[in-house]
Ligand binder design. Sequence first.
Ligand code: SAM
Length: 293
Amino acid sequence: MPPHERAASRTAVLVCQGRAAAHGRLAPGRFADPVAEDLLHEDEREVVEQVRAETPPTGWPARTAYEAVRACAEIVAARTVAIDDAIRTHPHQQLVILGAGLDTRAWRLGELADVDVTEVDHPASQRDKRDRVGARLSVARTLRFAAVDLEVDDLGEALDAAGHDVEVPTAWLWEGVVPYLSREEVVRTLQALAARSARGSTLVVNYQTPSLRARLGRRLVGLLARLGRQEPVTAGEPWHTLLTPARMARLLVDAGFGVNSDEDLLAVAGRLGLDIRSRTSLQNGRVAVASRH
Ligand SMILES: C[S@@+](CC[C@H](N)C(=O)[O-])C[C@H]1O[C@@H](n2cnc3c(N)ncnc32)[C@H](O)[C@@H]1O
């Protein structure tokens, strides 16, 4: 493959499996994603059904995949609720979802009926998403796609071409993407967003804090998959950028955003009354909400 070509994101599939596994089980009444399962291929649904039925498979390669989806369900349930709440609290006429993966908001959030949504993602992941979505109708006022590799492409130009209006305040959503970019790409992306953010725009960003335990846990999952002769989900998608809340606040402020809130997912999961098992992962995942003044 040429240097910047890559396969569609497998971590995007994992988080979609997590949402499908959580739907109707975790935080009912607060979390729901009835669309997630429809976006999965048949072979990706099997483990989701096992988690939903709480019937772990025998054999540790299958068990490792089961535990990954089970843990992911807990994390994405909390992070989805935190983000959906932030989007509802800061309504704007435009929503841009960066690194959208298999995000289902444009197909499930009724609040987007008056909103123009643009999904930005790496070309390979976006092609895969569009194949999976097929003819399913979005609930948003409009839905557009911009294929952008944040490593090399000009985000501003791509958003211009997609019809994003710089004069109208925008809600930016950046979920589950920051760790996969270099620090320089994170800063460049923030600057591109700030340059296109009319006064009052809102940025909702999910990021990971540095944690030795989380890093070792990821290594262990990779090792177990390899021992079972499977390619780990995370193989082509290493983490590069983990940030403390203070560092993230600095980056946001330097780019011209003021931080309104920044909370870890453990607090969100606690409020939702989840039966918490993945404490470390929840504690290391955060959602910050910032405004362009
Ligand atoms: C873990 S998935 C998260 C997907 C989605 N935001 C969610 O939370 O369900 C990571 C996403 O980041 C995207 N991504 C990673 N590196 C990227 C890059 N250089 N340019 C554009 N998108 C990228 C992947 O394509 C993938 O969709």
